[in-house]
Design a protein around this ligand. Structure first.
Ligand code: SF4
Ligand code: SF4
Ligand code: F3S
Length: 352
C-alpha cells in the first residue's frame, strides 16, 4: 500500500539528518550535471514528495540488476532512498507468494493507476509464450497489461533496454527489449550488465523533484550518465594519447597502468558513467581493476566479437575505425598523434 508519509517524514523517522539529506541531493545534482544551487530546492521538493509507488517486474534476467540495486556494500543514503519508494510488487524479494502475490500485483495496478513507476529488468521472449510465464500469463501480456497504468517505465539493465544476453545470436527465444512492446509510454533505458545503482536512484530522484523524467539521448538513456564514453573519462586516457598500450595483462605496461585498448577494451565506443561514478560506493570500475571494458551497456555487445581482441572494426561503427587509426598513429609518432587523436575523438563525439 502506498505510504501516507512524505519522503522527508520517512527519512526523519529513520534518523537521517537534514544535513545528510542535503549532501545526498548535492551529489545527485552533481552527478546529473545540474548546477549546485539546485541541491537545496531538490532537497525541499523531494522531502515534500509522497513516496512513488513502484511496480518492479523481472522477465528473462539473471537477477544481477536487482542485486546491483539492493546489494549495497554498506547501507548508503542512495539505498535508503530507494528503500523508501513504495515498492508494491517485486516477485524475487516480496513476502507474498503464489496467488497472494498475483493479487498484490493487480491490486497495486488498480490502486495506483496512472501514477506508478514501472521498473523492468530482463528481456521479453516473443518466440513462444511458454518461454516465460507467471501464473499462466506470458511475459509479453504481463508487460503490456502493467505498462498501461504506468506513469513512466524504467528499463533497467541491458536485457530490458536492448535485449542483452537473451537476445544474443541466435536469439533462441525471440527476446526483445521493453521498447519493442511498449510504444505509448515514456521509457528510460538504464543499460549496463548490470546497471549502476546510483543512476537508477538519480532518475527516481529527478522524477520526484521535477515531476518529469531527465533529458534522454537518442537511445532513451539519461544524458547526464550516458553522454560520454568510458574512454572520454578514463584515467588511463593519457597513456592512450601517448600511444602506451599494455600488450598482456601482466606485462610491465599493464603494471604501470597503461591503456588496455590492445587487450580489447571497448571503452572508446561504450557510453556509461563507470569511469566517474564507479562501482561499490565509488571504489573501482572494471578498467581500474585491470580489465578492459567489454561494452556491457551497449546494444548487442555480446555479438560484437571477442572481448579480448582490439575493437572489431567491421562490427562496431566508423567511430571505432577512426579511433583505431588514431591509436596506431599515437603508437607510431607519439605526442603529435596524441593531439590528432584528441581532435578526432572530439569530432566523433560531435558527429554522434
Ligand atoms: Fe543479468 Fe545483465 Fe541482464 Fe541485468 S542486464 S538481468 S545483470 S544479464
Ligand atoms: Fe581507458 Fe580503454 Fe580508453 Fe584505454 S581504450 S583509455 S583503457 S577506456
Ligand atoms: Fe560495463 Fe564497461 Fe562499465 S564493461 S561495467 S560499461 S566499464
Amino acid at each position: 500500500m502506498p505510504s501516507e508519509l512524505t519522503l522527508g517524514e520517512s527519512l526523519a523517522a529513520r534518523g537521517v539528518s537534514r544535513r545528510a539529506f542535503l549532501k545526498f541531493c548535492a551529489s545527485i545534482a552533481s552527478a546529473m550535471a545540474l548546477p549546485p544551487s539546485v541541491a537545496p530546492a531538490m532537497a525541499e521538493a523531494m522531502a515534500k514528495a509522497k513516496r512513488p509507488s513502484v511496480i518492479y517486474l523481472s522477465f528473462q534476467e539473471c537477477t544481477g540488476c536487482l542485486e546491483s540495486l539492493t546489494r549495497a556494500h554498506q547501507a548508503s543514503l542512495e539505498t535508503l532512498i530507494f528503500d523508501l519508494v513504495s515498492l508494491e510488487y517485486q516477485h524475487t524479494i516480496m513476502a507474498p507468494s503464489g496467488e497472494a502475490a498475483e493479487r498484490s500485483l493487480h491490486q497495486a495496478i488498480e490502486e495506483n493507476r496512472g501514477k506508478y513507476v514501472l521498473i523492468v529488468d530482463g528481456a521479453i521472449p516473443l518466440g513462444d509464450p511458454g518461454y516465460g510465464t507467471v501464473a499462466g500469463q506470458s511475459f509479453a501480456d504481463i508487460m503490456t497489461e502493467t505498462a498501461k497504468g504506468a506513469a513512466a517505465i524504467l528499463a533497467v539493465g541491458t536485457c530490458a533496454s536492448f535485449g542483452g544476453l537473451p537476445k544474443a545470436d541466435p536469439n533462441p527465444t525471440g527476446a526483445v527489449p521493453v521498447s519493442h512492446i511498449v510504444k505509448d509510454k515514456p521509457i528510460v533505458n538504464i543499460p549496463g550488465c548490470p546497471p549502476i545503482a546510483v543512476v537508477m536512484t538519480s532518475v527516481v530522484a529527478h522524477f520526484l523533484t521535477f515531476g518529469k523524467l531527465p533529458d534522454l539521448d537518442h537511445l532513451n538513456r539519461p544524458k547526464a550518465f550516458f553522454g560520454d564514453t568510458i574512454h572520454d573519462r578514463c584515467y588511463r586516457r593519457p597513456f592512450y594519447d601517448q600511444g602506451k598500450f599494455a600488450k598482456t595483462f601482466d606485462d610491465a605496461g599493464a603494471r604501470q597502468g597503461w591503456c588496455l585498448y590492445e587487450l580489447g577494451c571497448k571503452g572508446p565506443v561504450t557510453y556509461n558513467a563507470c569511469a566517474t561514478v564507479k562501482w561499490n560506493g565509488g571504489v573501482s570500475f572494471p578498467i581500474e581493476s585491470g580489465h578492459g571494458c567489454i561494452g556491457c551497456s551497449e546494444p548487442d555487445f555480446w555479438d560484437r566479437g571477442s572481448f579480448y581482441q582490439p575493437l572489431p572494426m567491421s562490427l562496431w561503427t566508423n567511430r571505432g575505425k577512426t579511433l583505431a587509426a588514431a591509436a596506431a598513429a599515437g603508437a607510431a609518432i607519439g605526442a603529435g598523434a596524441a593531439i590528432a587523436s584528441r581532435m578526432r575523438q572530439r569530432k566523433l563525439v560531435e558527429e554522434k
